[in-house]
Structures are given as C-alpha cells and as structure tokens.
Design a protein around this ligand. Structure first.
Ligand SMILES: NC(=O)c1ccc[n+]([C@@H]2O[C@H](COP(=O)([O-])OP(=O)(O)OC[C@H]3O[C@@H](n4cnc5c(N)ncnc54)[C@H](OP(=O)(O)O)[C@@H]3O)[C@@H](O)[C@H]2O)c1
Length: 303
C-alpha cells in the first residue's frame, strides 16, 4: 500500500555502483562517498575498484569492493548479498556497467550480440531483482541506470549496444510505472560522448572507422567530450532531489567548445549595440580545456 507521506532521505544511504572500476561508475562512487554515503564498488577488475576505493578512503569516505560480473546470475546475487553485509540495506543502486563492441546488425555474431545484452540489459534486471524489492518494502530508494544518448541519435556500427540500451530503457520505463507509490524512484541517465576507457580496446583502426561513420551520420556534432564527473553529477542530482520529486530521465551532453568568433546575436531595436554592452563578468569556465588529442577521431569514451 502506498504511504500517505514521503520518507525523508536518511543522512547515510548505503550505495552500490555496478561498473565502478573506471569511468562514469568510478566517478559516481567517488561522488556518493563524498556526500557521506558508504559505497560498495562492483566490477570484474577488482584491482581497479580497489584503487578507486583507496582514493575514497584517503578522502575520508567509506568504500568496499566486491567482484561483480553482470553476465553471471550467481555473481550478481553474491554481490548483492556481500554489499548488504558490508553496508546494510542498500538505498541507492547505480547501474553504470556497460559493454560496447563495434559491429553491424548483419555482421555481429549471435554470441557477441548475446553478451552485450547479457551485461547491459539482463545484468540490470538481475541487480534490480536482487536489490529493489527490499527498497520497495522500506518505501525508500533510488535506482539509477546509465543508458546512452544512442536512444536519441542512432549510431551505425553499434547494433548490439543500441539494442541493449533500448531494451534497458524499456525495462526501466516499465519499472517506473510499477514503482509509482512505493517511494522508490528509477532514473535513466543518458550521457552523450564521454571521455572514458570505453572504446579503448577496439584498436585504432576500428575506432577511427567507427567515429568516422558517426560523423558521417551526424551523431558526433563537435569535438568536446564530457568528463566522468559531469555524468556523476547528473546521477547525484537524481538521488539527492528531495522525496516528492523525481527525475525519470536526465540527458547530459557535452557543451560545444566556444567558437573563436561568437555567432552574431540579433539586436532588437532600441537595445544597446554589442560594442556598448557591459563586459561579461561571469566567472571563467572551470571545465578543463580539451588537451586530449582531437577528440572526434581518438579512442576512448565513444558510445
Ligand atoms: N563513454 C561514453 O561516451 C558513454 C556514452 C553514453 C553512455 N555510456 C555508458 O556509460 C556507462 C559507463 O561507461 P564508461 O563510459 O564509464 O566506460 P568504462 O570506463 O569502460 O566503464 C565501463 C564499466 O562497465 C564495467 N563492466 C563491463 N562489463 C561488465 C560485466 N560483465 N560485469 C560487471 N561490470 C562490467 C567495467 O568494469 P570491468 O571491466 O572491470 O568489469 C567498467 O567499470 C556504460 O553503461 C556506457 O554504456 C558511455
């Protein structure tokens, strides 16, 4: 039965992050810990999770690590059990893990296609099955799923990835309906291009070919990539918004680099001409400059 009032967020909200060994998941684990929440980091590369956890602990946060392979049902169940043993009833679950291998719809082998779906879609369902019923029972909790802007802009050579993310969002949309009135919120975060490890194992030729196709199809509009903390900030926005409000979907895109010559703005009659306008006193942009190689053709953080 739905409760008649909203349960306030506890100060300490035990959290799990799937895919915390690198990229967006690692940044999210750091952000959650910095906000005072104990975090359990899960991924296959336990040693990478341990590095992230060590940095969290050095900054005064609480972090635990447990191996997680989303493609194995038993591994997910064991991860959920170990997480709750380490931090107590889980109140925040972030599914950031993702598998992306380039391939066409006709050229991807059934085995490779199945693996992508296994991790990105079935893995998410396994996590939900293991953790969400207890949240609903307690009338509190946040489930956040890192999807992709590939839902908005289809990209060639990503057939299995695209199918898995569409499946993931379909699942979360169904979940959102079912969770209405339980006090548990489910949020989809759709990042655009983000500079992470994703795509770094494709090989330079494949990566260049994939990115070239994306440019050709208009899926890559400019050269700036998000950094993982920017996507983590969207996850934090979802989980910190007060009870009684809900972000079902957040799209996060990299802002286009500021052009050397600003586009000319139309001047309405009777207003000051641009030359006489007050100088811009806004603080300088704190986003790090794009020092990496020309992003659009470099590997890393591609889907
Ligand atoms: N980078 C982008 O441009 C971009 C754009 C849109 C959406 N996304 C999405 O953002 C999410 C995070 O990706 P990222 O960009 O941060 O890339 P990343 O640095 O490569 O992180 C991917 C994470 O997924 C984990 N993972 C992969 N297979 C797994 C499995 N079988 N079991 C458990 N964990 C597994 C990896 O850990 P292990 O390898 O250690 O298991 C790693 O922690 C993904 O869902 C991705 O689809 C990324």
């Amino acid at each position: 039965m739905p409760r008649s009032s909203f349960v306030p967020h506890p100060q300490r909200r035990p959290a799990v992050v799937a895919g915390a060994s690198s990229g967006i998941g690692a940044a999210t684990a750091e952000a959650l810990a910095a906000a005072g929440h104990p975090v359990v980091l899960g991924a296959r590369r336990v040693e990478k999770c341990e590095e992230v956890a060590a940095a969290i602990r050095a900054a005064g946060g609480e972090a635990h690590v447990h191996r997680l392979d989303l493609a194995e049902a038993a591994s997910v169940e064991e991860f959920a059990r170990a997480a709750q043993e380490a931090v107590g009833p889980v109140d925040i679950m972030v599914m950031s893990a993702g598998h992306a291998a380039p391939g066409t719809a006709l050229g991807t082998s059934p085995k490779k296609f199945a693996h992508t779906v296994e991790v990105n879609l079935l893995g998410a369902h396994r996590l939900v099955a293991a953790l969400a019923p207890a949240m609903a029972h307690r009338h509190h909790g946040d489930l956040v799923f890192v999807s992709s802007d590939i839902l908005r802009t289809p990209r060639p050579l990503m057939a299995a990835y695209m199918a898995s993310k569409w499946g993931l969002e379909g699942f979360v949309r169904a979940l959102q309906l079912e969770l209405e009135g339980t006090g548990v919120r489910a949020t989809i975060v759709q990042p655009g291009q983000t500079l992470t490890d994703m795509g770094t194992d494709w090989g330079p030729d494949t990566t260049a070919a994939v990115l070239g196709e994306w440019v050709r199809y208009g899926a890559a509009r400019h050269s700036h990539f998000l950094r993982p903390p920017a996507v983590a900030a969207a996850v934090m926005a979802a989980v910190t918004t007060p009870p009684g409000s809900h972000f079902p979907m957040i799209e996060v895109q990299p802002e286009a680099p500021v052009a050397p010559v600003a586009p000319v703005a139309p001047v309405a009659p009777g207003t000051a001409a641009p030359e006489t306008a007050a100088p811009d006193t806004d603080p300088p942009d704190t986003d790090p400059p794009d020092t990496d190689p020309p992003d659009i053709t470099s590997p890393g953080g591609t889907p």
